[in-house]
Ligand binder design. Structure first.
Ligand code: HEC
Ligand code: HEC
Length: 327
């Protein structure tokens, strides 16, 4: 516990330090750049592939089947579809702003977006296939082949398919949330209630885990520091062990990558098992499990008001979600 708390503190201090020189408010959260420098031809090719079901076994899924870009980048259900079983073993996180996570997946099992794509290809829940099957299928498509040659000297290949998808994922950022505008010192970007919510988020200690550019996504923490929510839920399964599945170490049981809270209003249900149906539940579970506090309705109300301001824009329009309360 002590060393965990210390490392959180140090992390927060480093993040704050890095900000001091920049032209926005000195806060432990910082804004998403308004413009990403990307190769637009690769982005367009990657976008096509993101929606291409030929990448999966029996052409059943594309990335977009689970990561719906017009719905917060998620599927909106606790445990989404699976190629091999009734449902996946873990909740689908959003692809928006994944580029800012220090590791990918709930348990941080892969470091780069490219490795993550490779994992999707082989995962029996997701694409359940391999490159020897995919590439000949794609190769028959003359137009797609031409598009690859227009962007890559060596045309279509495993590496170039991954590279294009990753370039597209880098374009899936959501700048210009009202909170980011506040960080950029834009006047009247937040109401008094929202500012009060942000103050509570800091004072209660949410910020010690959810901070940085992604308001999360930059460290691992145990789920259930103060209270064993998973024991209460029951039926603890392999996915609940989180990072222990990657490292094999007992001390990593129930440890997860702290998820990003950007666009959080659009990505219900919450938690790695999708067991929190709405944001109020997620906030109060966090209070109990991570802070050892029973939050009052008032506290939950203000924190939610702050979280709503984290919804950003994609292609210059507010990001859409499954939920109505997303404004
Ligand atoms: C069948 C549903 C499904 C499909 C298809 C799918 N994903 Fe996912 N995706 C998930 C689930 C579930 C996770 C969480 C896996 C885990 O944590 O172990 C995930 C995790 C991710 C993450 C990590 C996000 C984070 O915050 O850690 C990225 C990035 C991602 N997927 C991108 C893709 C891309 C790109 C494709 C297509 C090549 C794809 N996914 C196809 C369900 C899917
Ligand atoms: C000690 C670190 C820590 C603290 C403090 C903390 N969280 Fe979390 N938070 C996590 C972790 C780890 C998860 C992932 C838990 C899981 O799903 O297994 C999480 C998940 C969440 C989620 C669900 C995200 C999603 O995509 O499903 C929300 C919302 C959230 N936290 C909000 C908060 C709020 C609000 C506070 C303060 C009241 C807070 N957190 C305090 C570590 C922390």
């Amino acid at each position: 516990m002590m060393s965990g708390a210390l490392s959180i503190l140090l992390n927060t201090l480093c993040v704050t330090q890095a900000l001091a020189d920049d032209n926005y408010r000195n806060e432990p959260i910082f804004p998403i750049p308004l413009k990403a420098e990307l190769d637009e031809n690769k982005v367009a090719l990657g976008e096509t592939l993101f929606f291409d079901t030929r990448l999966s076994k029996d052409n059943r899924f594309s990335c977009a089947s689970c990561h719906q870009l017009d719905a917060g980048g998620v599927d909106g259900i606790a445990l989404g579809p699976s190629l091999s079983e009734d449902q996946h073993v873990i909740n689908t996180p959003t692809v928006f702003n994944a580029v800012y996570n220090f590791r990918q997946n709930w348990d941080g099992s892969v470091k780069t977006l490219g490795e993550q794509v490779e994992m999707v290809i082989n995962n029996p829940h997701e694409f359940g296939t391999n490159w020897n099957t995919i590439l000949p299928k794609l190769n028959k498509d003359i137009e797609l082949n031409n598009r690859f040659y227009a962007v890559y000297l060596d045309g279509m290949s495993r590496n170039n398919v991954i590279d294009a998808i990753v370039e597209f994922e880098k374009s899936l950022t959501t700048p210009n949330s009202r909170f980011d505008r506040y960080l950029r010192n834009e006047e009247n970007s937040l109401s008094k209630e929202e500012l009060k919510g942000y103050r509570m988020f800091k004072e209660l200690g949410c910020i010690s885990c959810h901070q940085g550019i992604n308001v999360g996504g930059n460290l691992y923490q145990k789920f259930g520091v103060f209270y064993n929510y998973l024991a209460e839920r029951g039926n603890i399964n392999e996915a609940d062990y989180g990072r222990m599945n990657v490292t094999g170490r007992q001390m990593d049981a129930f440890v997860f990558k702290v998820p990003s809270l950007r666009n959080i209003m659009l990505t219900a249900p919450y938690l790695h098992d999708g067991s929190a149906e709405n944001i109020e539940q997620a906030i109060s579970i966090m209070g109990r499990t991570q802070l050892g506090r029973t939050l009052t309705d008032r506290e939950v109300f203000y924190i939610k008001a702050f979280l709503i301001t984290l919804t950003g824009e994609y292609k210059d329009k507010p990001l859409n979600g499954h939920r109505e309360n997303a404004s």
